[in-house]
Design a protein around this ligand. Structure first.
Ligand code: OOG
Ligand code: NI
Length: 310
């Protein structure tokens, strides 16, 4: 069964990737430039955002990935942004000691408790539109692959659609979007885009042509003329001592429908991760020789890649 699940994951990731690449022009530019240098595009992780609600929050996405063979790894808390998050790792077993492995998944959710009453009512108005989740359907579809493996394409498509187009509450008004944005950029973004991936992350530590994230950032900024997120004052979030350095582009805008017209809203960005080897391990490209967790202080700043820029 694990083998079939892995094939499903592979198809889903491919679908999500195509959807993301079609909507975010900078992805093509960056991918092509990296490949032209002779390096591979090796995905580190994908990130999703959710709003609280029994049929649409972090737990639904978590269970979808668990159905596919992913396992929950760590919990993260972002007090100021009023968010929490988890990471999931792909089915590794025999692959852990390998260079090719599926991306990790990072899922976050808004914590409603301490927001204003107006804000809470606004979030709930939308999330209460979702009265059922597709989890049971996905469970049955995956089970059915045991006896009908030829259905794999259909099953992968059905899950990809859910993960690509996000939660299906009513189209928001621009006024509600602005109301949420006053208290949380994250909430406003998620109201518009639902649980579609907001970034894919490429592993810079596995590239032959770039010895450091600094060198890679320079390439992105000077050669490709793409702007990077400077939240926290630096382009690089993290240090070798926390075993993870990250940088991210500023999200590209998409035209999205509101009840009262169309607007351009920042959508998705590209993230770059440079993972350091664990104690006693060398940087030989094998998955289990690098730190594979996330770092709260880094993540806190990465979230801001989709903020509205004035
Ligand atoms: C997730 C931000 C955190 C990381 O790698 O630490 C993150 C988000 O923007 O939704 O991606
Ligand atoms: Ni990330």
């Amino acid at each position: 069964m694990l083998e079939i699940k892995k094939q499903v994951i592979s198809k889903i990731i491919k679908q999500l990737w195509i959807n993301y690449k079609n909507k975010v022009g900078q992805v093509n530019v960056i991918e092509e430039a990296i490949r032209k240098q002779g390096d591979d595009w090796s995905e580190d992780h994908i990130a999703f955002r959710t709003l609280p609600g029994i049929h649409c929050d972090l737990n639904i996405l978590k269970e979808v990935f668990e159905l596919l063979g992913y396992s929950k790894k760590d919990d993260y808390e972002f007090k100021e942004k009023k968010l929490k998050a988890i990471s999931l790792i792909p089915p590794i077993e025999a692959d852990a000691h390998s260079t090719k492995i599926f991306p990790k998944v990072f899922i976050s959710v808004l914590e409603l408790d301490t927001f204003s009453e107006k804000f809470k009512a606004c979030v709930t108005k939308y999330t209460s539109d979702i009265v059922a989740s597709p989890l049971n359907k996905f469970k049955q579809e995956i089970e059915s692959l045991k006896s009908n493996p030829e259905k794999i394409e259909d099953v992968a498509n059905s899950i990809s659609l859910f993960l690509s187009y996000g939660a299906s509450w009513r189209t928001p008004t621009f006024e509600d979007y602005e109301l949420l944005r006053k208290e949380s950029e994250y909430a406003a973004w998620t109201l518009v885009y639902g649980n579609t991936p907001n970034h894919f992350t490429v592993s810079v530590h596995l590239m032959k042509n770039f010895k450091s994230l600094k060198e890679f950032n320079h390439f992105i900024q000077e050669k490709l003329k793409i702007s990077l997120n400077k939240s926290g004052g630096d382009f690089i979030k993290g240090t070798p001592s926390v075993k993870l350095e990250q940088s991210a582009t500023l999200a590209e805008e998409c035209i999205v429908p509101f009840q009262d017209g169309f607007k351009k809203i920042p959508y998705a960005f590209v993230e770059f991760a440079f993972r350091f080897p664990l104690e006693g391990k060398s940087n030989n490209g094998l998955w289990d020789s690098y730190y594979q967790g996330f770092v709260t202080d880094n993540a806190d700043k990465i979230f801001e890649s989709t903020n509205i820029r004035n």
